[in-house]
Design a protein around this ligand. Structure first.
Ligand code: NAD
Ligand code: UDP
Length: 325
């Protein structure tokens, strides 16, 4: 088997750190590049002394990454470049709209150039948000989406749509070897407790005994994929035969009210449900069509929401016990 030198931009984040674990496990040499704007060293602490792992603190929007990487691998180029870097939670990208647009545009171009010079395969983490507030349900990869180009959320959606477009342009113009994944809502250990996403909000509100804040009437739906399933899917795509875009997510679909009730049941919390205003352009439904992932990559999720959520709740419980101790 080939040993890869894999660069993971955004590797100190939630998904990126789980990906680094899997890459180290399969024998890769890994360089994790992160500016720690939303990620944390704590996520990769267990890897920093590993002889096949290196961390570079760097903002991928800025120049100079190629020299830094050459320094780590003594002039050897990466064979895989994985672009996971971007704010990902709605409160975070709404707080830093320009940074979000820049990491999807300038950051993506810099990493594409690095992959091109290296002769590496380039992997882009795109999102189900490219479908916006979808008019087709569930969403297949052939659906072009329904995005408000000037709405608040557009800084994230359009940044990822641009990232997909420039990645395809490098593929068509320079024959760059690429993979594009459209990731649907993923959850699990190492999410930031205060990132404002529904999973972290509900779990931590329930553990504190605070009201669960359901936005709008709570009838909007999401489909949640456990992180272990997700990163396995990302690697299946990276080493698989199709460029994508390919949806990787769990098709199990829940309303936010159903999700809140499940969190209350699994935590045994006495919290109540309170309704808050719905944010603008909040997608009403979301569910991946994973036919391509199943048929071409042989991938499908195996962890039910109930099981994954139990593991996630246990992890957040252990974290808050650590803080108290
Ligand atoms: P995250 O915020 O935990 O991870 C993103 C990482 O990128 C962080 O460590 C952050 O510090 C880093 N980063 C951001 N801007 C950077 C920059 N300019 N230079 C270097 N590093 C930078 O988020 P996540 O949930 O792990 O998401 C990872 C990727 O997957 C993102 O690209 C996100 O858009 C995509 N995605 C995630 C989900 C999900 O449900 N988690 C869904 C769809 C798409
Ligand atoms: N949401 C909610 N309460 C919260 C946070 C989010 O009801 O405290 C809703 C949000 O309006 C959306 C869904 O949960 O409909 C998923 O939100 P999240 O921010 O996790 O991710 P999104 O899929 O919108 O990017």
């Amino acid at each position: 088997m080939i040993t890869h030198r894999t660069l993971v931009a955004g590797g100190a984040g939630f998904l990126g750190s789980h990906l680094c674990d899997l890459l180290i496990e399969r024998g890769d040499h890994v360089v994790c590049v992160d500016d720690c704007s939303t990620g944390r060293i704590e996520n990769i602490e267990h890897l920093v002394d590993h002889d096949r792992f290196r961390f570079i603190h760097h903002d991928v929007v800025q120049p100079g990454l190629d020299e830094l990487v050459a320094g780590v691998w003594a002039g050897e180029h990466p064979t895989r470049v994985m672009h996971m870097a971007s704010p990902a939670s709605p409160p975070e990208y709404l707080r830093r709209p320009i940074d979000t647009l820049e990491v999807g545009s300038v950051g993506t171009k810099r990493l594409l150039d690095l992959a091109l010079v290296a002769g590496a395969r380039f992997f882009l983490a795109s999102t189900s948000e490219v479908y916006g507030d979808p008019l087709v349900h569930p969403q297949p990869e052939t659906y072009w989406g329904n995005v408000n180009p000037i709405g608040e959320r557009s800084v994230y959606d359009e940044s990822k749509r641009y990232a997909e477009a420039i990645t395809m342009a490098y593929h068509r113009e320079f024959d760059l070897d690429i993979r594009i994944v459209r990731i649907f809502n993923t959850y699990g250990p190492r999410m930031q407790a205060d990132d404002g996403r529904v999973v972290t909000n509900f779990v931590n509100q329930a553990l504190r005994g605070d009201p669960l804040t359901v936005f709008g009437d709570g009838k909007q739906t999401r489909s949640f994929c456990y992180v272990d399933d997700e990163v396995r899917g990302l690697l299946a795509l990276m080493e698989g035969p199709v460029t994508g875009p390919v949806n990787i997510g769990n098709p199990g679909e829940f309303t936010m009210i159903e999700f809140a009730e499940l969190v209350l049941e699994l935590t045994g919390s006495p919290s109540v449900i309170e309704h808050r205003p719905l944010p603008s352009d909040d997608p009403k439904v979301r569910q991946p069509d994973i036919t391509i992932a199943r048929d071409v990559l042989g991938w499908e999720p195996t962890i039910e929401l109930r099981d994954g959520l139990t593991r996630t709740i246990d992890w957040f419980r252990a974290k808050s016990a650590e803080r108290v101790a």
